[in-house]
Design a protein. Structure first.
Length: 292
């Protein structure tokens, strides 16, 4: 199965899983609508795909994989809702649609993000086909990856870096946390569900680290070269916000070289794993070549 076939099969399944999980909640309708709105707004579902592809390349299947994938996408979606708020990036567009707070107001948008974040941990806590040890492991790793030592900490560094000229090392640290931590968690959680050993987990962690940096470099490049219509969000926001970026520090051609470097390092990290890892290779290519 190639990546196109894999995505064609799993994207609607993931969408349905998230919709059913939210629909089953006994919560205020305005909150439910806000959560549904951002979850159903499209996107490439890269994080769930990384989980499922990693597990698939282990030659494994797991009955709880879709629930874990849904939890990760909910965490990612909460972060986008909060990212777009006036106090953060102050954006009006996300995936070509009005941002959550533009539709539901800031208060409901904040609470919808909070609800998605906390519900994600509840989903993991209630997994029925995962050992107690692996369940705690998945929850603990997600807490680190999405929290102060991961995505949230990276967002703080990103905000504090505005109107400052960061070094390349400082910029990489921002994005290893803000973007790379949850991407890596997606891969590692798939490996755990697939029964990977310690050596394989180490290789996949290295893969995730470089993939996260490649993802962010391409984001920075697209912010310079893309249009709002292509990106589905406001183009040129990094320059407007006076943020340090890879093209800004390195120049656009050098940023593209750095992108290629991290993509190759990611591929090298999984070269010794069993099987051909074709889905992970194709996902790497998708991340590097995406236009939005």
């Amino acid at each position: 199965m190639n990546l196109s076939q894999f995505r064609t099969h799993y994207e609607p399944v993931i969408q349905q899983e998230m919709a059913e999980l939210i629909s089953a909640l006994s919560i205020p309708e305005s909150l439910k609508e806000s959560m549904h709105y951002s979850l159903q707004a499209g996107g490439k579902r890269i994080r769930p795909m990384l989980l499922l592809a990693t597990m698939h390349e282990q030659g494994a299947a797991h009955p709880d994989a879709l629930k874990v994938a849904a939890a990760i996408e909910m965490i990612h979606t909460y972060s986008l809702i909060h990212d777009d708020l006036p106090s953060m990036d102050n954006d009006d567009l996300r995936r070509g649609m009005p941002t959550n707070h533009k539709v539901f107001g800031e208060a409901i948008a904040i609470l919808a993000g909070d609800a998605l974040l906390t519900f994600s941990f509840g989903i993991l806590a209630r997994l029925e086909n995962v050992s107690a040890e692996d369940k705690v492991r998945l929850i603990d790793l997600l807490s680190t990856s999405a929290g102060a030592e991961g995505m949230v900490g990276g967002q703080v560094l990103d905000i504090e870096g505005e109107e400052k000229q960061l070094t390349l090392e400082q910029l990489e640290q921002v994005h290893l946390l803000k973007t790379g931590a949850l991407l890596t968690y997606s891969i590692i959680s798939g490996a755990i569900l697939g029964g990977a050993n310690a050596e394989q987990l180490m290789a996949l962690s290295t893969f995730g680290r470089h993939l996260g940096l490649a993802f962010q470099i391409q984001d920075d490049i697209l912010d310079v070269t893309g249009t709002s219509e292509e990106l589905g969000k406001t183009a040129g926001k990094d320059e407007t916000s006076d943020k340090s970026t890879y093209p800004g520090i390195l120049t656009l051609p050098k940023a593209k070289e750095k992108l290629d470097y991290h993509a190759q390092q990611a591929l090298d990290a999984i070269a010794g794993l069993p099987g051909d890892q074709q889905l992970l290779k194709e996902l790497t290519e998708l991340i590097v070549q995406r236009k939005s």
